[in-house]
Structures are given as structure tokens and as C-alpha cells.
Design a protein around this ligand. Structure first.
Ligand code: HAM
Length: 431
């Protein structure tokens, strides 16, 4: 196999090489990772309280997996490449198609419902801008098996409760693609045009929409937004379209369950969603003030996608949070996220006590987070460092104290110090 050599140019240049990260990717500092992990754990806490379990699918898949039903919007932005054997692969732009593939390949015999979640990076070759990246993280859930409106409501409630728990202010909007599709079926609009109509609605491209369809009733329907009372408006508008009305009724039932679950929402029958696989309830969550990319979550029911890969019709519903946008919203709304604490910094006063200091550090690490000075700094500098990183205590290990098998503990907040015997140190520190 011929392996491409590293281009010579770079090797002949003189260091330091200025190699930057690729456009649309980011580095995350320790503090950013601390915040991201806190938020991720908080959301996962809610998801797991509904008994969903974590899965992971490959970072790349056969490109056709996403081309089958994800829609033009996804297809145009895929990172497609050929591997050394000529396979056409794609970095995953989203995970729902992967989860359906996984169901067909690995989980087909499982007891239903399957309650799955994932938290991993996705890749879309989009024009980077605030809140839109080429590598971004999604935290999503997929509920496979149930068909009833209660299951749609459970999925929506999980998204809602996860964001409430974080203290975020947001707007949840719910629609139903069966209403739009039911109407277009009755108007004899073929599936390809329907998909284009839905994509145009999703992009807010009214000009194109008018070119595709000139039925006023569709525009009237799209304009129905508000509290649950407006469902009756849709029912009246669609009195000659029984298929579309069936979906209105489904939406009414989903809402009944959402009310029981204390979820606040708005109805918006103009929600279309860019992905092609949705068949029923759809929903989006926005955070006002985030700018053009204010959608932090999107999801809905997709009852035909699994059949495409497994040959068996299995209904499913799910959503994905745009995790990076949630983090932006947390910053915007100034939600405080606690720092991880370092309990102790160990400060050896001289080289002669270093070995004993290392022993003390490793003993305490069974229960505490312990930072041992590795820079051979003077005590004063170590204390400054301990203050900077917010350590709760510094343990000063000095030769004179050691002779008596003692060390000095300094409380970094009060500045108070006390001597203690090494044999009692562990007990003292964890009390
Ligand atoms: P989606 O709406 O394409 O749905 O993506 C979900 C969320 O990912 C969006 O609401 C947005 O917050 C975030 N997102 C999308 N693109 C970017 C980007 N370039 N940079 C940053 N964030 C982004 C899906 O992917 C479906 N698989 C969701 C789903 C799961 N439906 C059913 N189950």
C-alpha cells in the first residue's frame, strides 16, 4: 500500500512551525472542560433518571448511511473522504441514522423499548460563525419502540427538565410534520417536492417556498403559533383534510401528556426541521439572545427510518442538544458553575524532605485531590500557587517537623496553621 509522504515543505521550514487548528474547531481550556463536564453530568443525571443508557457509535460511517434519509441540508455539509481501499466514508454529521443502523446491526433482538443516549462530537462542513462549528458536540437521546403520544411527551419532558435543572431560560416550540405532510398529500404534492417545501420552511426561505407551492392554506397553517388554544384553529382550517386532522389530534394528545408532566411550551405549526426523516411530532428549543444560531435543541418522531435499515417497522422518537450552544447560553445567562477544588497542595521546604512529601501525597490521594509541588519552588511561591488554584489546604513538610514525625497544615482561607503528627494526618484531612 502506497502511503503518502509528509509534504517536504514543512520539514525544511525552520521551527517554530505555526500550525493552527483547523477552521471551525476549538481547543478547550481546563476551566472550559470543567464547565462542560459539569453541564454534561447534570443533563445525563436527568436522562438516566428516566432509565436511558449510554451508547457510542463510530466517528465515521459509510457515507450513504447519512445520504439515504438525512436530507440535502446534511448531505451538503458532510465531511466525505475515501479511505485507502476506496470506501466512501463520512465523519458523522448527526447520530440518529447511526443509532438506527446500530439497531439493525446489533440490537434488533433487544427487548423494547430501547432507551439510548449519546454524547459525542459531530462534524459538518458549514461556514463557521458564532455558535456554528465544524466540530461540535451533541448530547442526544433516542427512544426506540413506543408509538404513543406519551412517549413523545417523555422525550420532550427530558429535554425540558434537563435545561430547567441548569437554570436556563429558553423557549420550547412544538409542531407536527404529519399535519404539513397530510395536507400536502391531500393536495397531491409528490414526496420530493414535499421534502423541498419542508427544507425551505426550515431555512425560512419564503421566496423558494412560493415557487414550490402556491396553496394559501399551507401558508395559513405555517402561521399558526401560540398557546394550546390555537390547535382548534388548525382543526377548523383543516376540516376538509382528514389525514392532516389526524395528526392535529395526535399533537393534542402529546400536549395532554406534556401538561400532566408540567412542561411549558408553545405550539408552532411552522416548525419543519431540516432533516428528512421526521414523520410526526417535531420540536425545537431556542434561547433568545444567542443570535442567529439560537436553536439549542431539535428533535422529533421518525417512524420510518429504522425500517430503512432493518426491514422491520419500529417507531422511534428522540432529540439532540447542541451542547456548545447550551454552553454559550450558560455564559450569556451568567449561570455559575462551581470550580473543581484541589484539596491540598504539598509543599516540601527542602530537597531532603521531598521523598517523605511524595509518600504523604500518595497516601492522601486515596481520598483527596492532592497537588504536589513539582517545580522545586520556595515555600512562599508554593503558597502563592496554592492560593491561585483555590486549594483548601497546604501541607508544609519541613526537616525539623519531620524529625518529630510532624507536618504543618495551613488553612488557605483563614491563614491559620497547626502542626499535626503524620500518623493522624489522613484522619484530620478527611474529617
Ligand atoms: P439537528 O437539528 O440537525 O438535529 O441538530 C441538533 C442540534 O445540534 C441543533 O439544534 C443545534 O443546537 C446543534 N447544531 C447543529 N449544527 C451545529 C453546528 N454546526 N455547530 C454547533 N451546533 C450545531 C439532529 O442532528 C437530529 N439527529 C436530532 C434528533 C435526534 N432527532 C431525533 N433524534
Amino acid at each position: 500500500m502506497q502511503i503518502k509522504k509528509f509534504p517536504k515543505k514543512i520539514l525544511t521550514r525552520i521551527p517554530p512551525y505555526t500550525i493552527k487548528k483547523p477552521r471551525g474547531t476549538r481547543d478547550f481550556s481546563p476551566r472550559e472542560m470543567e464547565k462542560r463536564e459539569y453541564v454534561e453530568d447534570s443533563i445525563i443525571g436527568v436522562i438516566e433518571s428516566y432509565s436511558y443508557r449510554k451508547i457510542l457509535t463510530p466517528t465515521f460511517e459509510h457515507a450513504e448511511l447519512f445520504q439515504l434519509k438525512s436530507g440535502k441540508e446534511i448531505e451538503e455539509h458532510m465531511y466525505v473522504f475515501e479511505d485507502k481501499s476506496g470506501r466512501r466514508l463520512s465523519l458523522r454529521p448527526e447520530a440518529t441514522a447511526s443509532v438506527c443502523r446500530m439497531f439493525a446491526e446489533e440490537l434488533r433482538g433487544s427487548r423494547l423499548p430501547l432507551k439510548l443516549y449519546y454524547s459525542c462530537p459531530m462534524f459538518r462542513y458549514e461556514r463557521p460563525q458564532m455558535g456554528r462549528y465544524r466540530e461540535f458536540w451533541q448530547l442526544g437521546i433516542e427512544l426506540i419502540g413506543p408509538k404513543g403520544p406519551e412517549s413523545d411527551a417523555e422525550v420532550i419532558a427530558i429535554a425540558y427538565k434537563s435545561l430547567k435543572k441548569l437554570g436556563l431560560k429558553f423557549q420550547l416550540e412544538i409542531g407536527h410534520l404529519g399535519i404539513l405532510r397530510g395536507l400536502m398529500d391531500a393536495l397531491d404534492v409528490d414526496e420530493e417536492i414535499q421534502n423541498m417545501v419542508i427544507a425551505s420552511i426550515d431555512r425560512g426561505d419564503l421566496k423558494n417556498l412560493k415557487k414550490l407551492i402556491d396553496k394559501q392554506i399551507l401558508f395559513d397553517l405555517m402561521g399558526i403559533k401560540g398557546d394550546k388554544g390555537i390547535i382548534e384553529q388548525a382543526d377548523n382550517l383543516l376540516d376538509k383534510y382528514p389525514e392532516a386532522r389526524k395528526s392535529v389530534n395526535e399533537l393534542r394528545e402529546v400536549i395532554h401528556w406534556l401538561d400532566l408532566m408540567n412542561v411549558e411550551y408553545k405550539i408552532d405549526l411552522g416548525i419543519a426541521r431540516g432533516l428528512e426523516y421526521y414523520t410526526g411530532t417535531v420540536f425545537e428549543i431556542r434561547v433568545p439572545g444567542l443570535g442567529a444560531q439560537d436553536q439549542i435543541c431539535g428533535g422529533g418522531r421518525y417512524d420510518d427510518l429504522i425500517e430503512l435499515f432493518s426491514g422491520v417497522k419500529v417507531p422511534a422518537v428522540g432529540f439532540a442538544f447542541g451542547f456548545d450552544r447550551i454552553m454559550k447560553a450558560i455564559d450569556l445567562q451568567e449561570i455559575k458553575i462551581p470550580r473543581k477544588v484541589t484539596d491540598v497542595v504539598i509543599a516540601p521546604v527542602s530537597d531532603t524532605v521531598r521523598e517523605e512529601a511524595v509518600k504523604i501525597a500518595s497516601q492522601l490521594r486515596d481520598e483527596l485531590s492532592v497537588d504536589m509541588d513539582l517545580m522545586n519552588r520556595k515555600l512562599e511561591k508554593i503558597l502563592e500557587y496554592a492560593g491561585d488554584i483555590g486549594a483548601r489546604y497546604t501541607i508544609i513538610v519541613g526537616p525539623e517537623d519531620l524529625k518529630k514525625r510532624e507536618v504543618t497544615i495551613r488553612n488557605m482561607e483563614s491563614g491559620k496553621q497547626k502542626r499535626i503528627r503524620i500518623e493522624n494526618l489522613r484522619e484530620e484531612m478527611i474529617k
